[in-house]
Ligand binder design. Structure first.
Ligand code: CUA
Length: 190
């Protein structure tokens, strides 16, 4: 049954050998493609953070530009979009308490002044890393009103476990009333 030595292949045996060879080529091609994908994505993504949209100089965040203190908090942009701007720094978020409307897409724009921090809103998919030099941007919609916790979830130093803020989700009408005329809204006591 089994051919020994270098005999010629006959009939069904030749068909089987050809099929095996074809499949071997297909399998090698698939494995090569997967390895190439892994090499490409690890090199490509390792060289930039996941939210690699915009860069910013972390040294003068407080002095000029989008992230000056008077521009932080939630506002309604000229085109009607709800935008939250915040900064993370050891060991607090600024502002520490955010106000957002329920049921409306909210765009977050955030960055860090010092270390890599994590931003997550409890029980939502609002979750991003805040990296000095980069602006993290994402959009989330909060379905229910109520208060959520917003802890830092990236170890950033000895005060990491004390770094957290709050998010108050309020009714959209109530929010629109607060954010009239381009006002920056937050729930930080003044
Ligand atoms: Cu900021 Cu951990």
């Amino acid at each position: 049954m089994t051919p020994t030595g270098a005999g010629t292949l006959h009939g069904s045996e030749a068909v089987a050998v050809a099929a095996e060879r074809r499949w071997a080529i297909v399998v090698i091609a698939i494995i090569s493609l997967l390895v190439a994908t892994m090499v490409f994505t690890s090199i490509h993504w390792a060289s930039m953070p996941p939210s690699r949209v915009e860069t910013i100089d972390p040294r003068n965040l407080h002095i000029a530009g989008e992230f000056v203190e008077s521009n932080l908090g939630t506002m309604v942009d000229a085109d009607g979009k709800v935008v939250v701007r915040l900064i993370a720094q050891r060991y607090a978020f600024e502002p520490q308490c955010l106000v957002v409307p329920a049921g409306v897409p909210v765009t977050f724009r955030a960055t860090s002044t010092d270390a890599v921090h994590g931003f997550v809103v409890d029980r939502t998919n609002a979750n991003v890393m805040l990296i000095p030099g980069f602006i993290a941007t994402f959009t989330a919609t909060f379905d229910k009103s109520g208060e959520r916790l917003m802890p830092c979830h990236e170890y950033c130093g000895t005060g990491h476990q004390a770094m957290w803020g709050r998010v108050q989700v309020i009714a959209a009408d109530e929010f629109r009333a607060k954010a009239k005329d381009g006002a920056r809204v937050s729930c930080v006591p003044r």
